[in-house]
Design a binder for this molecule. Structure first.
Ligand SMILES: [Fe+2]
Length: 195
């Protein structure tokens, strides 16, 4: 391995590891939820779990694989519209407040979409062009942001169910937590756009 190859390997390995870690974390967060749980959109400001899983995948497909992996073809052309959010330059978008009616594609198909994009990303990550690295990091931070949204959105959905289902029945107050959890007052007004 020459000096350039060694440097490429040094750069590539942590990115590939981080990619795998972040993508796996999303699936871990969705794992306790049934396919029915994953379709629910409890208010226009929230998105279904399944949509978060697909939209974060759409990001890598649209901004990394299509422009940078030779020969890559979209997993499904319809996903380009269904799972775009606010990216006007990336084409038309399914209405945000109607994400909850997307019973199709199902959770299993979204899982297959994620797996296919991850496999293609693995090819790209073997020898990523320099311009890919900041975009991959952007995609990973975007996905981490959606992981937070996935949790807040499903907690809101579950909170409206009279059966009072818990997202995680094994959750306990973290050791060292000070005082009981409570709401804090803050400035009131309109929030910004969610990603
Ligand atoms: Fe987003």
């Amino acid at each position: 391995m020459n000096a350039i190859d060694r440097r490429a390997a040094t750069i590539t390995r942590p990115v590939a590891e981080r990619y795998a870690q972040v993508r796996s974390r999303t699936e871990t967060l969705a794992a306790p939820l049934s396919p029915e749980d994953q379709v629910v959109q409890s208010m226009p400001d929230a998105s279904p779990t399944k949509w978060h899983r697909a939209h974060t995948t759409w990001f890598f497909e649209t901004f990394l694989l299509l422009p940078l992996l030779p020969g890559y073809r979209r997993f499904d052309e319809s996903f380009a519209v269904l799972f775009n959010s606010y990216y006007v330059a990336a084409g038309p978008r399914h209405a945000r407040q109607q994400r909850g009616i997307l019973t199709r594609p199902g959770s299993a198909e979204v899982a297959a979409y994620r797996a296919a994009v991850d496999a293609a990303m693995a090819k790209l990550l073997r020898d990523p062009p320099a311009e890919a690295l900041p975009l991959i990091e952007l995609g990973l931070q975007h996905e981490e942001q959606h992981q937070e949204l996935l949790l807040t959105d499903i907690l809101h959905a579950l909170s409206g169910n009279p059966l009072r289902p818990a997202y995680d029945t094994s959750w306990r107050e973290p050791p060292g937590a000070v005082g009981a959890a409570r709401m804090l007052d803050g400035p009131r007004g309109r929030g910004g756009n969610r990603p």
